[in-house]
Design a protein around this ligand. Structure first.
Ligand SMILES: Nc1nc2c(ncn2[C@@H]2O[C@H](COP(=O)(O)OP(=O)(O)OP(=O)(O)O)[C@@H](O)[C@H]2O)c(=O)[nH]1
Ligand SMILES: [Mg+2]
Length: 312
């Protein structure tokens, strides 16, 4: 992938708080050391846990480093830094996947799900903008029929970006709007259909069942499952994202995660926990409110940006 300096710099600056919460502390701890011992591992463990990496992933990381240090008979504490970085990259690579962006048959369908306020609707706008700029015919579906403002919000985006919108009145059945949108997309030869849904708590069973119904209706009408069911998680909620991921994927076959709001949070370490613990690949990351601030997740670029300039 071709990446300009500006691209990486923007990613790096959006990760500043996470870098402060975690990479800088690791650097500090390691640089004061002359030997590798148990207390070093303990300090690193504490930093990682506080940075929302979570217990299982922290232990996995530390164990991987510890066994490499032993195996390779390394004595220099600085080696721990590089090994941690490499192990993080490995975890992120295993826990990520590219977004499905093409299919021989039209339309390509994405369904967005997640708890309230995570960034579902704005991520749809950013994706719509991207696909539209690629010259594809894009349609949005106002499947959040719960609030009038949600329908208006999507309508404003559709007009601003210049893409089609399918909507019904507030209070109508979201599965029915989804059904309409698939029919309209087929009739109009739409390339990409992006379906919004209302935010919902992962613990509210009837609302989770409603998602399952939306998914069933789409699947029946499309003749296959949606190409992507994207769970949108807000990085600022840290470890809570793990339980959201578990409960959403029990209700609906989630195909990947969009992790938003990595800019301005110190809790970006949660991406490691998501990648290693929940079994759902991270596909996109949100690093700001601008149209270009939803990026395909690139683990190598992410780790480089996170550790940027932190040489020991
Ligand atoms: N800084 C930042 N803000 C974001 C990002 N993604 C979304 N937001 C902001 O988060 C707020 C909520 O976004 P929405 O897209 O409305 O969230 P939603 O999930 O659709 O919310 P509900 O429909 O209420 O469940 C908006 O102010 C967005 O601009 C991001 O990556 N970074
Ligand atoms: Mg919304």
């Amino acid at each position: 992938m071709l990446r300009t300096g500006g691209f990486l710099a923007r990613l790096a600056s959006s990760l500043t708080k996470t870098r402060e919460a975690f990479v800088e502390k690791i650097t500090h701890v390691i640089s004061r050391r002359t030997v590798i011992d148990e207390s070093l591992y303990e300090e690193l463990e504490e930093i990682l846990i506080q940075a929302d990496v979570g217990m299982p992933t922290t232990l996995r990381l530390i164990e991987a480093v510890r066994s490499r240090i032993r195996r390779e008979r390394v004595k220099d504490p600085n080696a721990v830094y590089d090994m941690l970085k490499e192990e993080m990259r490995r975890i992120l690579e295993e826990g990520s996947a590219p977004l499905v962006q093409t299919d021989r048959t039209k339309p390509l369908v994405y369904l967005m799900v997640g708890v309230n306020g995570t960034g579902k609707t704005t991520s749809i706008a950013k994706l719509a903008n991207r696909f539209k700029n690629e010259g594809r015919h894009v349609m949005l579906c106002a499947g959040d029929t719960f609030r009038a403002a949600a329908i208006d919000q999507l309508e404003v985006w559709a007009q601003r970006i210049g893409v089609d919108l399918i909507k019904q009145q507030v209070g109508s059945d979201p599965a029915a709007v989804a059904f309409d949108s698939i029919q309209a997309a087929k009739a109009r030869g739409t390339d990409v259909l992006l379906i919004d849904t209302a935010g919902r708590l992962q613990t509210k069973t009837p609302l989770m069942q409603e998602l399952a119904k939306i998914n069933r209706v789409i699947t029946r009408e499309l003749g296959r499952e949606p190409h992507e069911v994207l769970l949108v998680l807000d990085a600022t909620t840290g470890q809570n994202g793990i339980s959201q991921a578990r409960l959403f994927s029990e209700a609906i076959p989630v195909s990947g995660v969009i992790l938003t709001k990595l800019d301005g949070t110190a809790k970006g370490g949660v991406i490691l926990a998501i990648a290693s613990e929940v079994g759902l690949p991270v596909k996109l990351i949100g690093i700001g409110e601008g149209m270009d601030d939803l990026r395909d997740f690139d683990p190598q670029a992410f780790v480089d940006a996170l550790f940027e300039g932190r040489e020991i």
